[in-house]
Design a protein around this ligand. Structure first.
Ligand code: CMP
Length: 221
């Protein structure tokens, strides 16, 4: 696909006309990254905005003892790296690592900011994205405080199923379960506790696990 067409397919740029898409194309490049590449670390200086074209990245906070907490993960069409652009010191607020081999559009931050100034539609779109993320962060905060691991793992599976589950003929949703350590890093728990929670959810009849597949039968439309 020609690069301008690639940009047109990114929902965030949907409101741009041909000239504007060509401007974005001029100030950006597509880069490929292997799985587990650290794109940047919390505290690094950064002046680039990223859009995921294919693959997946995770946004993490790392503890001194090496434990990690996943703040968010982003897949095709989603952007990240916008926060440093608004920081006078241009500091990255978290570490971002590829989960999978990924193709990313890397856009010059300065030129992107100039585009925001000229284009209220893109500014509003960015504001909407950031607001949505704030809502999700608040919900996860509340979950961490109010829910036990069992419920947090349940919520995590439900969200995965709602975002990308495949509907089976009987109406239930099926997902491919990420590694247990990844679920643990996302729900703020240990791998062992997540393993126990998955068994308990299965025991309660809320999920069915077949190999790496998890079937959520109570999520029928
Ligand atoms: P930046 O600070 O430039 O680099 C890290 C990026 O991770 C940040 O921009 C956002 O794009 C993203 N990010 C940081 N915190 C969160 C969060 N709580 N929820 C979703 N995304 C985040």
């Amino acid at each position: 696909m020609n690069p301008v067409e690639v940009l047109r397919a990114v929902p965030f740029f949907a409101g741009l006309n041909q000239n504007q898409l060509e401007t974005v194309h001029r100030v950006s490049e597509i880069q490929q990254f292997a799985k587990d590449t650290i794109l940047f670390r919390e505290g690094d200086r950064g002046d680039a905005l990223y859009v995921v074209l294919s693959g997946r990245v995770k946004v993490v906070k790392l503890a001194d003892d090496g434990r990690e907490f996943i703040l968010a993960s982003f897949g095709p069409g989603e952007l990240f790296g916008e926060m440093a652009l608004f920081d006078p010191d241009e500091k990255r607020t978290a570490t971002v690592v590829t989960f999978e081999p990924s193709s990313l559009l890397v856009i010059s931050g300065k030129l992107f900011m100039a585009m925001l100034m000229e284009n209220p539609a893109i500014s509003l779109s960015l504001l909407r994205t950031v607001t949505q993320r704030l809502k999700e962060s608040s919900a996860r905060f509340a979950n961490l405080i109010f829910l036990d691991t069992y419920s947090r793992v349940g919520n995590y599976l439900v969200k995965m199923a709602q975002d990308g589950g495949r509907r089976l003929a009987d109406g239930s949703l099926v997902i491919t379960r990420p590694p247990q350590q990844e679920i643990a890093d996302f729900v703020g728990s240990s791998r062992e506790t997540v393993s126990r929670a998955l068994k308990e959810l299965e025991h309660q009849g809320l999920i069915r696990m077949i190999g790496k597949k998890v079937i959520l039968s109570r999520l029928k439309p």
